[in-house]
Design a protein around this ligand. Structure first.
Ligand SMILES: [Zn+2]
Ligand SMILES: [Zn+2]
Length: 282
């Protein structure tokens, strides 16, 4: 028997547009990219600009984990790092790339790696890529370690929320999504139920939100409400507005912690380690 470790890392936490600069150094300016590792598997959630640094890290410290790249939806901020993810160009590397319906990565990849937008065409990628397409509302085992639950989120053009479970550790990823005032989004609740970590779209403050109804994003207060209802242990405010300075982020984070002790604001490079259930050695 050994204790399986499940690790989590934020490589990009900013929404809409990369926003580097002196005002965003602390929380980070890269767009969404998350990494979950279990002993035999790696799940990369979204391919925002933070994926470039993840690729560099994997080039420096390669391993033989089965690697899944899972996209919520193909808005620019969630795909712009993929053409700069070095391992995808390297022969011998293997990736399973998927997005739930209505998105199909097999169709989208040739449009992303396509001239005149990018010089390298999809057929020229050196790595070995398998495509898959989970159902938008379902449960499936990705392999013998990882259980994936999907639910549709409320976002223009369609978006999928993911719940990843491995060795009793549960991580819910709910970005990009908008709440409806006075209603509870059962799909988000399903994903967050009892989660060790819930990552939630917190693009707007409650004061800003009324001017952005229909834009597909939510607030820290709604994240806190849903995390409490779902019994989630920790809540990461995520998809920070590109105009938000570190000073403003710190105030939002402090306010969230006052309401919910497990709340924090996601920042680039933040790592969490979860001690998972003991498993029998193979
Ligand atoms: Zn986004
Ligand atoms: Zn989006």
């Amino acid at each position: 028997m050994y204790d399986a470790e499940v690790n989590f890392k934020f490589w990009g936490v900013r929404g809409s547009l990369p926003s580097p600069g002196k005002d965003t150094n602390i929380y980070g300016g890269d767009t969404p990219c998350l990494e979950i590792t279990a002993p035999k598997s790696r799940i990369i959630l979204d391919c925002g600009s933070g994926m470039r640094r993840l690729g560099n890290a994997l080039m420096e410290n390669p391993d033989d984990r089965e690697t899944f790249i899972l996209l919520t939806h193909p808005h620019f901020d969630h795909v712009c790092g993929l053409p700069f993810f070095t391992p995808i160009f390297i022969p011998g590397q293997h990736f399973r790339i998927g997005a739930a319906e209505p998105h199909d990565m097999r169709m989208l990849m040739p449009r992303l790696f396509c001239r005149p937008f990018f010089p390298v065409e999809e057929a020229m990628l050196g790595s070995d890529i398998d495509y898959f397409q989970p159902a938008p509302h379902g449960e499936a085992m990705l392999n013998d370690e990882i259980k994936l639950t999907t639910r549709p989120l409320n976002h223009p053009g369609g978006c999928t929320g993911y719940r990843i479970e491995a060795y009793g550790v549960t991580i819910a990823y709910c970005s990009d999504t908008e709440h409806v005032d006075g209603e509870t989004d059962q799909n988000v609740l399903d994903l967050m139920q009892g989660a060790d970590l819930a990552v939630y779209d917190s693009s707007y403050t409650s004061q800003e939100y009324p001017n952005h109804v229909g834009w597909g994003h939510s607030t820290p207060n709604e994240g806190i409400r849903l995390a409490e209802l779902a019994g989630a242990k920790r809540l990461a405010l995520f998809h920070h507005n590109p105009t938000r300075t570190d000073t403003q982020m710190a105030a939002i984070e402090a306010n969230a912690k006052e309401q919910f002790a497990g709340a924090f604001a996601a920042r680039d490079g933040l790592e969490l380690t979860f001690q998972a259930a003991a498993v029998a050695a193979a």
